[in-house]
Write a protein that binds this ligand. Sequence first.
Ligand code: NAP
Length: 274
Amino acid sequence: MEYKTLYNKEKIPVLGIGTWGMGGGMMKSTANDAENIAALKTAIKLGITHIDTAEMYGSGHSEELVGEAIKGVARKKLFITTKVWSTHLSYEGVINACKNSLKRLGLNYVDLYLIHWPNPLFSFEKTMKAMDYLVDNKMTRYIGVSNFSVSQMEKAQKSAKHKIVTNQVEYHLLNRRAGHELLPYCVKNNIILTAYSPLARGKLAQWGYNEALDAIAKKYKKTPAQVALRWLIQQPNTIVIPKASRIEHVKELVGAVGWELLEGYNNKLSIDFS
Ligand code: NAP
């Protein structure tokens, strides 16, 4: 595995696995439990130890599946991220949501707890006080946000004692908005940018979707998915959390680490997709 470093120099894996759709969408579904647990177990075996989930995914069932998949794995080897939904951002709401997530995950603490989406109906002051409480009470090691603008990050950070270590946002070759203002802000402030939907929800994993991507993949004996992830991983402060529920897809994800996309090809992709 390759790593980036958090503000305090702790390492965070550049490649994690997402779980949206595992355990259902907005509603719980148990239809593919066995397949999803097998995919997550395979990921861990292959060294993908950062797992991203949320209380909202499958109405909590995604967290239950993660809990099942990590049973028996040394806790310190894992980096578990989960998120509080945007209607639970009152002081008590955040703390209760975290307690419930921990129960479903079967853990005493998560590594990273995120505010899933900002919600103007709640004040940053109270929400961030609750996030601080979670760190102070060892329910999470780190706090962060998701889908926040730079100005929302600044406001949230002003209300928090503990540092916001990441902003998790959509970022991939087909949506490069985060690269313009947010990424430079993260670099300047020692914050990790976690790129979600890094395969553009599967589009960038298809041969034939984009000629330049296919050509570069062939040149490196890689796949389009691996090149698309590599384009993100090579950016400063950036880590990726693609989702894969098929074992062959999980195995393919691992091929995004351990090699370099030369600058010329990197630039070609940036130009081609702009
Ligand atoms: P994604 O990772 O860009 O794409 C996932 C899709 O790609 C799945 O359908 C998967 O199929 C497919 N795939 C993966 N590897 C493949 C391969 N090698 N070949 C062909 N297809 C492949 O999209 P995402 O799930 O939206 O984003 C990733 C994670 O980010 C989510 O799961 C979630 O944890 C997080 N996220 C967070 C937010 C937020 O608001 N914070 C929003 C969206 C997503 P299979 O499942 O069939 O293997």
